[in-house]
Design a protein around this ligand. Structure first.
Ligand code: GLA
Length: 726
């Protein structure tokens, strides 16, 4: 077998070198290299060696995906740990004869498994690597202790190299009600390291760590990106060394003593996902293609949801809620979600988390009257839960204070007047599982909105206080898996004070993420754009809220609120009892517009415009066959200059002619009192090339309004097959 492996998929090439019994060295990860013979691969491998004087060591080995200090890697090593100070610098060797197993899965995924061992350090590793047909790469590592003494693991992380022309970094930060704030910086020497110590992915999550060519955008510049599929503590970093090496890496962040690998035991990292593309949209497309290809990806249309949270909050009055159900049904909602406040003594947010039993006080006849009403209105029923949390004022905390996380003899700091239940504790796990199971067995609950509203702090197992985040995170996954297995058809949403748990670990068992507690469409432009770089739109909750935003106090007309919510898994979170007839009618038109285009919106390719200024943003969804597309052209602020402001439409087939129309899902065909751009009156037909290169002038609107444009192929010299005509 050759020691060089060339894997190719959808425009991506990965060349692995397994020579010299080393763990895989990445010779190339990036654009497709075409068919390469053994000679060319050998030449590529040779080209990876630098002149002797340029290497810090006389004869340093090449550096693998699990970088080893012992082989001359000067940055963060893949394995950190020891046995009371010994075996801290392992050097792994593969078997040499058959260094890798290479298989092709039924769906075309190419899978490589490489095993190596260090007989002196008594450690073995197994590296798994998969290249999906859509070009997404994922890898994880298992470390086994073959010695007799415990191995104290400090870190286990995998890296991927990026070329020297990747000089810029992009990742994300944020806070409550303002998730996915992008930050850019030069890829300088040293490490740009994002550490999560708060026990959940985070409202400020790194989300995607990208390195790219100078000025890379949504449609241009080569980009390499990584994401760790994990909902607990983690470190994701970009590291550049003086010798020119640049890597992107990630792994769990472990506390001292958190992972002690006993004799014969093993530990496996979460999957590290990676994608290369020309522009961020291509990178996002690879993540979307992979997520959509999984068997658990929802097959049925995403039901338009109405959630009572910003409508009635803790007021669980049956008459008020059934009225909301009726109004929701009238505007086209298909699922009703009852939010916080239905259990125990929970009439506000100070109490009762952990007591997952329907409140007799608020619901004297149980949830039946509401659920029956929801079903009669033709909707399915969903329920909010926060299973990992506990209020000190709860039956649970009174009965089992030892199940609450604590370290150093004290409970962690209180947050939102609640604490965290240690689901790594078998008793706590069984309690929550049994209460949730009883609810799911008793009521026709199609959907759980699974919330997690606080940071973890001093998250130690009682009584000793050993670090518990890892075990807790794995227990949450196990609990979701167990509930899903026992209740076929059940769906779970990942909510965490908004978008605090958006990652591909939790998305293995959830079908929706709540992007943010902020539903202000101006803020949502950025939040959704960032979120959808990783998560396809059908898995992102996007709601229409009231005219005045509950989180920012800004006021927006429905064209901007609904025009911004249209793109994801649509919902309504608005007290419809306060709406006028006109508003309800207008809202129902938006919902109907969404449902009539839902297939396109939930299967298409997400595209974003590279804007010359920040005043006007454009994004859209293009059918996979490029036969049609929808775009939102959003005016975020007044432009610095008067028009004409042209917007270029990305993603269409350059050779195909498209009819572009200005859609008016609400009532007004065009904003009143303003001039109308001529093309918008009856639409216009142009090729995809012209639309991408020259664009169209924007219909002038006031700031914080938006318009929906639709492009439908009307023929051309090939490529798309029109499915609909103008
Ligand atoms: C969190 C969620 C909200 C809502 C409340 C209920 O903030 O993000 O959507 O469910 O909790 O307490």
């Amino acid at each position: 077998m050759s020691t060089l492996l060339h894997l190719r998929a959808a425009g991506t090439s990965l060349v692995l070198d397994l020579a010299d019994q080393l763990l895989p060295v990445v010779r190339h990860w990036g654009a497709d290299l075409g068919e390469l013979g053994e000679d060319e691969l050998q030449a590529l491998a040779l080209a990876g060696w630098v002149a002797r004087g340029d290497s810090p060591f006389d004869r340093a080995d090449q550096v693998s995906m699990l970088p080893e200090h012992a082989r001359g890697w000067l940055g963060r090593p893949g394995v950190e740990g020891s046995r009371a100070g010994r075996d801290w610098s392992p050097a792994f060797r593969t078997s040499g004869e058959a260094p890798a197993t290479v298989t092709t899965e039924a769906d075309g995924t190419r899978r490589v498994v490489v095993r190596g061992g260090d007989a002196c350090a008594y450690l073995e590793v197994e590296l798994e690597l998969e290249l999906h047909p859509g070009g997404l790469l994922r890898t994880r590592t298992t470390l086994t202790n073959t010695g007799e003494e415990v191995y104290d693991l400090g870190a286990l992380r995998t890296t991927l190299p990026v070329p020297e022309r990747a000089t810029e970094l992009l990742d994300f930060a944020g806070r409550h009600t303002m998730e996915r704030v992008p930050q850019r910086q030069p890829f300088d020497i040293g490490a740009h390291s994002r550490e999560v110590r708060t026990g959940r992915t985070g409202l400020d999550a790194v989300h995607l760590l990208c390195a790219g060519e100078p000025g890379f955008g949504f449609g241009s510049g080569q980009v390499w990106a990584v994401h760790l599929g994990w909902s607990g503590n983690q470190t994701t970093y970009a590291e550049r060394l003086f010798n020119g090496s640049r890597v992107l890496g990630s792994g769990e962040r472990l506390e001292h003593g958190e992972v002690r690998i006993g004799a014969g035991e093993r530990v496996t990292t979460p999957w590290l996902y990676a994608a290369h593309g020309t522009g961020l949209d291509e990178v996002a497309g690879r993540f979307h293609a992979w997520l959509r290809s999984r068997p658990q990806h929802p097959a049925r249309p995403r039901p338009v949801t109405i959630n009572n949270w910003e409508a009635t909050y803790f007021d669980h009055d049956l008459a008020r809620l059934t009225d909301l159900v009726d109004r929701g049904a009238r505007v086209g909602a298909e699922r009703f979600v009852l939010d916080d406040g239905w259990f125990g003594g929970r009439r506000d947010d100070t109490t009762s988390l952990g007591d997952w039993v329907v409140s007799e006080d608020a619901w004297p006849d149980g949830l039946d009257p509401l659920i029956e009403h929801v079903h009669a209105a033709g909707m399915e029923f969903g329920l909010w839960v926060e299973p990992e949390m506990v209020s000190l004022d709860s039956d649970l905390a009174r009965a089992h204070p030892e199940w609450i996380f604590a370290a150093g003899g004290r409970r962690g700091l209180e947050s939102r007047q609640q604490h965290v239940l240690d689901l790594g504790h078998p008793g706590a796990y069984a309690h929550v599982r049994d209460q949730l199971t009883a609810l799911l067995d008793r009521y026709a609950i199609a959907y759980l909105k699974w919330d997690h509203n606080r940071y973890l702090n001093d998250a130690g197992h009682t009584p000793g206080g050993e670090p518990g985040v890892r075990a807790h995170t794995l227990a949450v996954y196990r609990l979701m898996d167990e509930l899903l297995a026992a209740h076929p058809g059940l769906e779970i949403e990942s909510c965490s004070a908004g978008g605090g748990r958006v990652d591909l670990g939790v998305l293995e068992r959830t079908v929706r993420v709540w992007a943010s507690d902020c539903i202000d469409p101006l803020e949502r432009q950025q939040i959704q754009r960032g979120t959808m770089l990783l998560v396809p739109p059908e898995l992102v909750g996007t709601h229409v809220a009231s005219r005045e935003s509950h989180t920012t106090g800004r006021r927006h007309d429905l064209d901007f609120r609904a025009g911004t919510a249209l793109w994801g898994h649509l919902g309504i979170e608005w007290d419809l009892a306060t709406c006028s007839e006109e508003e309800l009618t207008e809202l129902s038109h938006w919902v109907a517009f969404h449902t009539s285009h839902r297939e396109l919106l939930h299967t298409g390719r997400v595209v974003n415009g590279d804007h010359h200024d920040d005043a006007t943003w454009v994004h859209g969804t293009v059918a996979q066959d490029r036969s049609e597309a929808l775009y939102q052209v959003a005016s975020l602020r007044r432009p610095d200059t008067t028009g004409p402001h042209r917007v270029r439409l990305p993603g269409l087939d350059p050779a195909v002619r498209y009819r572009v129309t200005l859609e008016s899902p609400g009532q007004d065909p065009l904003p009143a009192g303003l001039g109308v751009v001529p093309w918008a009156v009856d639409g216009i037909t142009l090729t995809g090339r012209l639309l991408a290169e020259a664009g169209l002038p924007v219909q002038p609107t006031d700031p914080e309004h938006s318009q929906i444009w639709r492009a439908v192929a009307v023929g051309g010299s090939g490529g798309a097959t029109p499915r609909m005509t103008a």
